[in-house]
Every structure is written in C-alpha cells, then in structure tokens.
Design a protein around this ligand. Structure first.
Ligand code: ZN
Length: 249
C-alpha cells in the first residue's frame, strides 16, 4: 500500500491543490492528513472541504487527526498562541460554518495501524499537550509512546527522519529524501508542512510511505506562493503571515 501523508495545510489552498496534483500523478492507495487544516491562511473553508473530499476513509472515518489550530478554531482555546496566530485563529473561526466547526471539534487525536504505522499531529508522547519534537530528548519520549514501525507527525513544520534500533537509546538522523526501513529499527518522521514550511524552503512538503517496500520518500512541490500570500493580505490577516510564505520560515 502506498500512502500519501500531508500535514499543516493551514488554509493555504494553492499549496494544497499543488500537493494533491503531485500525489495524484505519483499514485497512491490511501491519503491521510495529520491536522492543522486551518489557521494562518486565507482559505480555511475551501481547505477543509477539499481535504474531506480527497482524504481516505476507514470504516466510515475520515483519516484526519486533530491539530492544535483545528482545536483552537473550534473552541479548544487559543490562550497559548502568539498574537499573530491568535488573530488568525479568531478570523478563521469566523469564516467556518457550524458544520465545519463541529467536524474539526470531533477529529480524532491519533490513528494507529499496528504494527505498521501511527499518525498524530504533535508528539506521540501526550498528544493532547501538543509537544514539539525538536531535540533528542523529545525524540526519545516520542519513541517510548508508540509501538508501530513508523510514527508520522507534523506540528513544527520542519521535516525530519530519525530512527532508533530496538534496545538502543541512540537516535539516528537520516538526511536523505528517501529512507529505506531496516528490520529491527523503528522510525519517526515529521512530514513537513504543505501550507507553511519553516525549514527555509518555501515549497510545499509531504511524504509517501510504501508499506510493503518499506520506504518513505519526501517531496517538495512548487506552488503559487504569490497568490496565497496576496490573499492573506487581502483578508486583513497579519502581514508577517503573508511574508513568511515567500521565505519558508
Ligand atoms: Zn501547524
């Protein structure tokens, strides 16, 4: 099974469409989303609609986990957000229909396909606390909180691949765009962000997981940054949110 995994779309319709077109050309059996469909960008409603239309279902359940912006927009509280994120999330909440708000509110926190893979927005360690995984200590607590071969996460908008051999405390970092999974190791990967990359590369980011072949591949996809950025300004959202799309920061 080839699974396309997208995350952190953040209301950026241009980036989402470009990634879906790319994934369609590559060909997948299942499409899943790791949350933060809304927040920051100018097209939250259109992004929710498109994600719901395209994402795969399992047992009638859409394979989308809840992100902290999805939670905040649907009434989960935004006190811990910085000023710009808070302005954006309040604007976002006003755009969304009651039906969409209810859908966001009811998203699941995790999906687990033991023994193959685990899906969550932030760290697998205490998913409701939205911990970031940015250092070795974070990665170790994350590895202790899932048992599947691979955990796919989002949240920081910075893609990475790390692994840990069974019985070993060491974390290994993989710098390549394609990682071949070895027996006896488990993997943790941040799939990057579709709609607001922060690793210095403005192109949209997502990954493919080939379960049988045991490989994960990361893709970067060009999209119309200018259009997405202009819409943020036209919506009256903070200018910083428009400018950062050009830098990928
Ligand atoms: Zn996010």
């Amino acid at each position: 099974m080839r699974i396309a995994i997208i995350s952190d779309i953040h209301g950026n319709l241009e980036a989402l469409e470009a990634v879906l077109n790319h994934a369609d050309r590559e060909g997948f059996d299942r499409l899943v989303c790791l949350g933060d469909v809304v927040g920051y960008g100018a097209n939250p409603c259109e992004c929710v609609d498109l994600v719901r239309e395209r994402v795969s279902q399992d047992d009638g359940q859409e394979l989308v986990v809840k992100g902290n912006h999805d939670d905040a927009a649907s009434g989960g509280g935004d006190e811990y957000f910085n000023d710009q994120a808070q302005r954006a999330i309040r604007w976002t909440a006003e755009q969304l229909s009651d039906e969409t708000l209810a859908w966001l509110r009811e998203l699941k926190m995790v999906f687990s396909y033991t023994p193959d893979y685990f899906l969550v927005h932030a760290s697998p360690h205490e998913p409701e606390s939205w911990h970031y995984v940015v250092n070795m200590g974070d990665a170790l607590s994350a590895f202790d909180s899932f048992t599947e071969r691979v955990a796919f996460i989002g949240h920081s908008h910075v893609p990475f691949f790390v692994s840990r051999e069974e019985g070993d405390e060491q974390i290994q970092i993989h710098q390549t765009e394609v990682v071949r999974l070895e027996n006896g190791s488990r993997y943790l990967t941040n799939v990057g962000s579709v709609g607001q990359p922060r690793d210095g590369d403005p192109r949209a980011c997502y990954v493919f997981y080939d379960v049988e072949a045991g490989s994960i591949q990361r893709f970067r996809v060009e999209y119309d940054v200018e259009a997405a950025s202009r819409k943020i300004l036209e919506a009256g959202l903070p200018e910083f949110l428009a400018l950062r799309l050009h830098k990928g920061r």
